[in-house]
Ligand binder design. Structure first.
Ligand SMILES: Cc1ncc(COP(=O)(O)O)c(C=O)c1O
Length: 423
């Protein structure tokens, strides 16, 4: 029997039974809008605001004592420990610093040791492009030619990655593989365990970009055991625009940071200001310059909120919300030329759904004017992310009904077929 029933009353009943329903009240929501873009920029919570204001007060009241008295000298370690349960890592294997792209550079600088005949980095062609830009520039910095040393596995269909294709491409000349945990367009989750096991068997260093799964899907790095991973904290983790990113370093690599800086020094001796770098023996050893406390502070409140809600409960609700959304798309929107460009199987889908339509740009624009905030990704995808911390079943229902109206009344036809600067 279908577990989702038609009609708005069903959505209201689901909301009434939802054990996580009270969390939505802790977020600031744009007025009059159904927010579906939390996979791009998460909403601000009162919890994040509070920890941001704590840091502001510490600076205001204690000035230089913010580091010692208020304990912000080791803030990156404390935030790392709060983040670690989301990926099943040891607390000391996670640090908070830089941005996703900067952390990719930091990790490659640490773990890319090319030699003639074994100098290629393996990537896919669907990952967010910044990863590829960083990989190419690191190859060049190391004195090799990106044209030769970047090895790209092409997607068979432009939507999904097939793990077997990646593994087949792990040849003798490959020394590192960098892949996303989930695809930003189709929402496909990659089987990281399978990739990491295959890489390990071949002596290949493996790293993952978790931007589209952290905070949406629990991961178990105690089993997967990649060498490194990076992620942003401004999507599902709701830490604010440009908030400071995350970096996982497998403990077997502690002490081997490739880009030294005084903030990565052992905290006991950092202020001795010695000429030689003494790396902290945890992921904090990958810190470089003075930590951006005010940009890190909202993450503290947000991660405490995660600890309260529980990543397993959030994942269960996320799957139910995206399952419900896909059911409504099938029932109410498929007659208007829409299809679903995301995996149907729960274990292969992260927190959003790709709604595919040849007129996606114009429909996306019409949705925005009708009080929905999704986003468009070239060429034909509208991404919809019902976020379990703050999206209700009723909002999902209403969003689909508003879209039906847009199609029925052809409201999208008055828009130009041109995407905005920020899609
Ligand atoms: C997979 C992925 N990696 C990286 C980034 C962005 O990197 P940064 O946080 O350095 O801006 C994004 C942005 O959406 C992304 O989707």
């Amino acid at each position: 029997m279908n577990k989702y029933l038609p009609g708005r009353d069903f959505a209201k009943k689901k909301d009434a039974e939802d054990p996580l329903r009270s969390f939505a009240g802790r977020f600031y929501k744009p007025a009059g809008t159904i927010y579906m873009d939390g996979n791009s920029l998460g909403l601000m919570s009162r919890d994040a605001e509070e920890t941001l204001m704590n840091a502001v007060s510490a600076w205001k009241n204690d000035a230089i004592d913010i580091w010692g008295k208020d304990g912000y000298l080791t803030y990156h370690d404390r935030l790392g420990a709060l983040c670690a349960p989301l990926i099943g890592a040891d607390p000391e294997e996670v640090t908070i610093g830089g941005s996703t792209t900067v952390n990719i550079h930091t990790a490659i600088a640490s773990f890319y040791h090319p030699v003639p005949g074994r100098n290629r980095i393996l990537v896919d062609d669907l990952n967010f492009p910044t990863d590829r830009y960083a990989v190419c520039s690191e190859i060049a910095i190391h004195g090799y030619d990106p044209e030769e040393c970047l090895k790209t596995v092409a997607s068979r269909d432009g939507r999904y990655i097939y793990e077997d294709d990646i593994i087949e491409a792990m040849t003798e000349d490959v020394c590192m593989v960098l892949l996303p945990s989930a695809l930003y367009r189709s929402a496909q989750l990659i089987d990281m365990q399978k990739i990491a096991d295959a890489a390990r068997q071949r002596g290949i260093t493996v790293g993952f970009d978790l931007c589209h799964s952290i905070g949406a899907v629990p991961h178990d790095f105690s089993k997967i055991q990649p060498d490194f991973a990076v992620w942003c904290t401004y999507k599902y983790l709701n830490a604010g625009p440009g908030a400071v990113a995350g970096l996982y370093i497998n403990k077997k690599h502690f002490g081997r940071s490739g880009m030294a800086g005084w903030w990565g020094n052992d905290k006991e001796t950092q202020f001795d200001l010695r000429p030689d770098f003494e790396p902290a023996q945890n992921a904090g050893g990958w810190q470089i310059g003075t930590a951006s406390i005010l940009s890190m502070a909202p993450l503290e409140g947000s991660l405490k909120l995660y600890a309260e809600a529980g990543i397993d409960r959030l994942r269960a609700k996320s799957l139910d919300l995206t399952g419900y959304l896909m059911e409504l798309i099938n029932e109410r929107l498929s007659g208007y030329g829409f299809s679903i460009g995301s995996p149907r199987e729960d274990e292969r889908r992260t927190g959003h759904v790709a709604l595919v339509h040849e007129d996606a740009v114009r429909i996306n624009a019409a949705m925005k004017d009708c009080g929905i905030l999704p986003d468009f990704r070239y060429p034909d995808v509208i991404r919809l992310a019902p976020v379990p911390l703050y999206t209700s079943y009723t909002e999902v229902y209403d969003m689909v009904e508003k879209t039906v109206r847009i199609m029925e009344e052809k409201l999208y036809e008055k828009y130009e077929n041109k995407r905005g600067t920020v899609a």
